[in-house]
Structures are given as structure tokens and as C-alpha cells.
Design a protein around this ligand. Structure first.
Ligand SMILES: NC(=O)c1ccc[n+]([C@@H]2O[C@H](COP(=O)([O-])OP(=O)(O)OC[C@H]3O[C@@H](n4cnc5c(N)ncnc54)[C@H](O)[C@@H]3O)[C@@H](O)[C@H]2O)c1
Length: 340
């Protein structure tokens, strides 16, 4: 670990991947008092150089970062198809890792990664940032405090404001592995375990090009738990009013609801009706605080030696549910998790 801050020792961090989400993480690390970003790499050197210059640090190759004994941890924010190789290389180099979701698009590869990494004993966290959203954390805390008794039925609403470019859709791995993966993890986080059965249905209603590319843009998945609890996840690649991210949990003694964050809190009531602002536009606006809390939780776990708050096994679990949902849509049948 590097130079001392007020309370102890600074975590020295390398960022691999200087794209869209890499920039968000660079900002989160810059705001953290217990860690220091020391180098950035990217397969496109100009990406790394630009972000490194903005951060006032060095651009280096990923290999140079991994070989640097003074680097304690790496944040992997590269394209999905590089995650498993980089997680394994970082663990072999003795680094702690926070890697973006999903672990991989291929479940078998992700399982091999989990097996290899477990042998190294290195701490690895997967970036399911929504677990660190203050609203969702409050819901989880209220459930654990017994405020609504026993959880019975969870609804996860997760609509993007608009679809990504078709070029992205073609390499995304499909709606379940790319988008709903967050919601599978959210259901796991709230319900505390995995379902035994998955039933999925999906369509392409938003953009015919998404359907032509073999993907879905509108999907509903039902999760059935061993004790009869149910969860339903609804995804759409389009919501005309903005990023719609809500949870509703019915329990034996009541209901918990985590609502959207709005652009502002103004409510205008007139004879025509009552109008409030739209939800914030997309994930950067909605979840910036969650990315910061996520990073702080990673650093805190490393400092205290506590288990990672979201493990590589959690990442593989979410991918298992995505695989089950894809198979259910393809077959038109419920899929038991035991088959996956
Ligand atoms: N948690 C979230 O909310 C969230 C949001 C967006 C993206 N993501 C995930 O983050 C990852 C990156 O997504 P993005 O939107 O930032 O993509 P992006 O294409 O904007 O950035 C990826 C960057 O990684 C670089 N790169 C690719 N291979 C590399 C390698 N081997 N070594 C070093 N750099 C490499 C690319 O050149 C690019 O600059 C994806 O896995 C995505 O699923 C997560």
C-alpha cells in the first residue's frame, strides 16, 4: 500500500479500461479519501492517455500495471470479453480486483474463472452498482429489520430511456446477459438466494433492427423460489420519460417501494392535475452516488479484511439466471436452475 492519508494507508489503484464506465470509476476513485489512482491503461492508448492526463497521472500498459508491485488493486472496466482473462491475470499478480459486470458472456468461461480465482485466494468484487443505491439499500435494510414481515413477491422494474446503437446490441450478448444481469443480481440481493425455476418471455417492440439482430428489447422474467416466493423482472430498452428503476416488495406484513429519483422535487398541482418531474435521464445521473459508494465498500472491505460485498460467485450466479432466461425464451418452457 502507498503513502499515508489521515487515518492510515492509501490503496494504490490501476484502472484498466478508459471508456464510458472507466471514466465514471476514475471520478469515484478521485473522490475517495482512502485510495489513489496511479495509472490507467486501455487497448486504445489514446483513450488511456486522455483520461490519465485529466487525472494528472500516467497512462501505462495493462501488463505494466499488473507487474508494478506498488499497485494494490485494479479496477477492470474494459470490454466484457476481456474480463475473465484480466481478472485471472490480476489475481495471479497478487492484486485485489473490482471488475465490471458481467463476468463474461459465456457461463462456462465464467465458471472456470471462478474456479481459478478461488485457488489464488485474492479478493474479487463484481461491479453490481445498484446494490449500493441508497434507495435499494434502504429497502433491503427495512426487509431485514422485519418491517414487512416475510418477503413474498418482488417486482423489479428496469427500463432504459432509449436503446443503444445496433452495433452495440450485436456484441452485447443479448438483453439478459447485458441488461437484465443487473436485475438478476438485484433479485438475488433482495431475496437473499437464488430461485429454483426461471420462466421468461420476450419480444422486439422498440426497434425492428434489434429483433433482426436476434435480440429482444422487451422482456419479462419470473423467478420461482424453493419456498414459493416469487419475483418478476420487467425490462424494456425504451421508456419515453427516462430511466425507470423501481423495486416493490410485498411481504406478509406490508409493502416496501423504492421509487425513481426525479430531476427535481417540484410538484405542480393545478385544476388540470398534479405533475412532477421526470426520472433522471440514465445510469450516469441515477447511479453516480452508487458508483462512489460501491468503490468505498470495496476499499473498506480490503482495509478490514471483510469478505467482498459482491463476490465473483454472485457475478456467476447472475449469469446463470441470464442463461436460464435465454433458454426459457428459446424453448418457450420454464427452466430449472439445476439444469444450467
Ligand atoms: N455497472 C454499470 O452500470 C455499467 C455501465 C456501463 C458499462 N458497464 C460494463 O463496463 C464494461 C465497459 O463498458 P463501457 O460502456 O465503458 O465500454 P467502452 O467501449 O466505452 O469502454 C471499454 C474500454 O475498454 C478498452 N479495452 C478493450 N479491451 C481492452 C483490453 N484488453 N485492455 C485494456 N483496455 C481494453 C476499450 O478500448 C474501451 O476504451 C462492459 O463490461 C460493460 O458491460 C457497466
Amino acid at each position: 500500500m502507498g503513502q499515508k492519508n489521515k487515518e492510515g494507508v492509501m490503496l494504490r489503484v490501476g484502472l484498466l479500461g478508459a471508456g464510458r464506465i472507466g471514466k465514471v470509476h476514475a471520478k469515484a476513485i478521485a473522490g475517495d479519501p482512502d485510495s489513489q489512482l496511479v495509472a490507467i491503461s486501455d487497448a486504445l492508448p489514446e483513450n488511456a492517455e486522455q483520461l490519465a492526463a485529466e487525472c494528472g497521472i500516467e497512462a501505462r500498459s495493462s501488463q505494466a500495471i499488473l507487474e508494478d508491485a506498488s499497485v494494490d488493486a485494479v479496477l477492470i472496466a474494459t470490454s466484457t470479453n476481456t474480463h475473465c482473462d484480466l481478472i485471472e491475470a490480476a489475481c495471479a499478480a497478487g492484486k485485489a480486483v473490482l471488475c465490471e459486470k458481467p463476468v463474461d458472456l459465456d457461463l462456462a468461461r465464467a465458471r472456470i474463472c471462478l474456479e481459478r480465482v478461488t485457488k489464488t485466494g485474492q479478493p474479487v468484487m463484481i461491479g453490481f452498482n445498484r446494490r449500493f443505491d441508497a434507495n435499494f439499500q434502504a429497502l433491503k435494510k427495512a426487509l431485514e429489520a422485519g418491517d414487512i414481515g416475510k418477503a413474498e413477491m418482488l417486482s423489479v422494474t428496469s427500463f432504459d430511456p432509449a436503446p443503444p446503437p445496433i452495433s452495440y446490441i450485436k456484441v452485447s450478448g443479448g438483453i439478459f446477459r447485458d441488461m437484465m444481469i443487473h436485475d438478476f443480481d438485484m433479485a438475488h440481493f433482495i431475496m437473499g438466494d437464488l430461485p429454483v425455476q426461471v420462466i421468461a418471455a420476450g419480444s422486439s417492440l422498440v426497434d425492428p433492427q434489434i429483433g433482426e439482430a436476434g435480440d429482444l428489447d422487451t422482456a419479462i422474467v419470473t423467478l420461482i423460489y424453493a419456498d414459493g416466493r416469487l419475483a418478476v423482472i420487467r425490462n424494456s430498452r425504451r421508456a419515453a420519460y427516462g430511466y425507470d428503476q423501481r423495486l416493490e416488495l410485498l411481504g406478509s406484513d406490508g409493502l416496501l417501494q423504492a421509487e425513481n429519483i426525479l430531476e427535481n422535487s417540484l410538484v405542480t398541482a393545478t385544476r388540470a392535475g398534479v405533475v412532477s418531474a421526470k426520472p433522471t435521464w440514465f445510469f450516469l445521473e441515477r447511479y453516480m452516488a452508487a458508483y462512489q459508494t460501491e468503490w468505498a465498500a470495496f476499499v473498506a472491505a480490503l482495509k478490514s479484511g471483510a469478505p467482498m460485498p459482491v463476490t465473483l460467485a454472485d457475478g456467476v450466479a447472475a449469469l446463470t439466471l441470464a442463461e436460464a432466461a435465454a433458454r426459457s425464451v428459446a424453448s418457450g418452457q420454464p427452466v430449472s436452475l439445476i439444469e444450467i
